[in-house]
Design a protein around this ligand. Sequence first.
Ligand code: MCA
Ligand code: AMP
Length: 491
Amino acid sequence: MSLLALFPSLLARRGTVALEWAGPDGRVTAFTFGDIEDRSNRLAHALTARGLVSGDRLALFLANRVEFIDLYLACVKLGVIFVPVNVLYREREIRHILTDAAPVAIVTSASLREHLSTDDRVWLIDDLTAEAAPRSAERPISDCSHATPAALVYTSGTTGASKGAILTHGNFAANAENVVVAWQMTNADRLLCALPLFHVHGLGNAVHGWLASGCHMRLVERFERETALDLFAAYHPTVFFGVPTMYVRLLEADAVRARAVGHTMRLFVCGSAPLPAQLLEDFRARFHHTILERYGMTETLMNISNPYDGERRAGTVGVPLPHVTVRIVNEAGRDVADGEGGELLVRGPNVCAGYWRRDDATRAVFTDGWFHTGDIGVRSADGYYTLQGRRSDLIISGGFNIYPREIEEALLELPGIREASVVGQPDAVRGEVPVAYVVSDGEPDAAALDTALRKQLASFKLPRGYVRVGALPRTALGKVQKHLLPLWSAS
Ligand code: MCA
Ligand code: AMP
């Protein structure tokens, strides 16, 4: 079954307003479900005319705007595999994805074009849209099934270089059904989407939840702390999906504004990084809402969620979602008793088909159909799961993933840096931030290192501090003992 079968509103509610897109200039444009259906059909025909066929990859390097959704739906309708690229990524990160996914082209906007090398096959979204305008609005004939790959989403995974998780039509459909059923979304909802659509939180939960429920969505280019509260006041959403950093920012609201926002809202959901129990309490006191925390991964979409009805337990991620089975195992791979920690394994229709052209990596994360999340957790006697940490040294900053090795390798290519080790340190706003420890010729010049790294890596990966050490603490086998590095402080 194609994913589109889950979006009856596209055809049945043609005349109803589906989406409002608020551009950076504040101007709001409205689109009906019929507009969304027709625009993506036209674009699909334009892609076909450019030679794309089912199974081809098409990359997209674009900030949130309606054309992002148009292009995603056009790909889904054709069986073309959609490869979203984080707009904050720079040369090194983009090169890796393009080499690995080998897309026919990468689509972008004129303003982001400068970040793509001239060798890349670049298509401008405005050209494509203009080409699509005169084409047929008929939906193209498709032979997609639940097993057809819909997207390759790159993630650091539990180890090493970023890999493309193959998310199928069936994975997204199963996740969308859970979003709608578990959080009781209906077409009466108003969903405020400020999450970037290039990650599965925005794409899998917001876009699919919107289309599957047939609700109204306001899409903005990005969450900006100065204007975040104005958005709530201007749109009166009922549902908001965010990462913890967004909730930290929203807490800046005074009591009167917070109460007004809380009054129109039905549900605040949080995921992608741990939600501190204190933040949940502070938010409840200010907004009179208990944030619903849930847990997911790029490879699995959502796994576990606090209940909509029932106790939303602070510090936990709740109970497994329908059709998702979770186990906790010890180092020997044996199931542990409630109250004992171990690695979370998951199985269900939400779990990806593996990593793109990386059979070795795929084999490494699956055991008898169970996906190894790399997350360490514990289950309470009454079935609530608490995450305690990760097996890898992944850093999550503002909900964006940072794999330390990537920064270490970029640092080692710079003159004067002989050794480098990057670790995550707690941060009240972003959750964690990266700090680099270097063995260098002379005191590290933070500004110069920042400038050099900024060309290669996304800005959220820039170390907040560079600490010069005489030597990195290592085990007898030469592995860096990150926990022995001296504590860094911002001053
Ligand atoms: C942040 N920046 C952006 C964006 N977000 N630039 C373009 N588009 C964006 N969407 C840049 C800013 O320009 C700035 O860059 C830097 O990031 C910090 O921005 P600031 O305004 O200080 O933001 P903040 O208040 O710290 O908030 C950041 C944020 C952002 C809005 C919370 O981190 C964010 O959108 N996070 C969401 C990540 C996400 O969706 N993760 C889901 C992964 P400069 O430093 O150059 O000035 S999927 C996942 O984890 C799983 C599956 C799951 O469970 O959902
Ligand atoms: P990503 O690779 O971006 O999909 O990030 C997935 C990782 O984010 C998971 O493996 C977890 O480590 C982390 N994560 C997601 N949601 C939560 C949550 N609610 N609490 C703690 N960690 C989370």
